[in-house]
Design a protein around this ligand. Sequence first.
Ligand SMILES: *Cc1c(COP(=O)(O)O)cnc(C)c1O
Length: 230
Amino acid sequence: MDLVSRLADVDARIADAARAAGRDPSELTRIVVTKFHPAALVDELYALGVRDVGENRQQELTRKVGEVARADGLTWHFIGQAQTNKARAIRAAASVVHSVDRARLADALDAAGRDTAQEGGILDVFLQVNLTSDPGRGGVPPHEVERLAEHVAGLATLRVRGVMGVAPLDEGAASAFERLAAARDAVARVVPGATAMSAGMTADFADAVAAGATHLRIGSAITGPRPERG
Ligand SMILES: *Cc1c(COP(=O)(O)O)cnc(C)c1O
């Protein structure tokens, strides 16, 4: 299959999963994860109508934002682990950050928003929840997500959209995404309107749609296998 047919195939599977769950496919945002691929792939996707792309490393994100041929209407989502000292560069390049998992990172993104070219703009953020039992993985533990939400909601230049999660490898995705949906409900109780849920990758996006995901981050099913990281 080529890029056109892989994209169409994934979109058809997303629509099937949405209908099976009694949901409207148009309420889902499909983000194409382009990490490790050249900026030329983003250009190809753009020509096919893709307007949401995701990257997980700041340097690669920054480089590609500068390299793409067309950017009007294109939304860059940052989905990777973020170091606090990269907050300024991430904020300058992305309009959505899915991986806010600690107050210090949120503070740094907020500070960057107060004095960059984007001044006055609002950065959409998702609070990443750790769905594994390994504290070394990214994400705030589920029982701490409400407190983090309250903190981030108090920052003037950030808007909490909801939660983000990655299913663990040693557990079925469906049960992990149920915990993420519970965390989403907890966040929405303290931040009204923060009802979004970023979940679902190549292997598990149908489970994520069934569990209530609103933002799907899909890479290899659309892009094909990733090249070796350089
Ligand atoms: C790479 C990545 C994805 C996409 O993974 P695929 O399995 O290729 O769909 C989604 N989310 C995050 C956080 C990633 O790093």
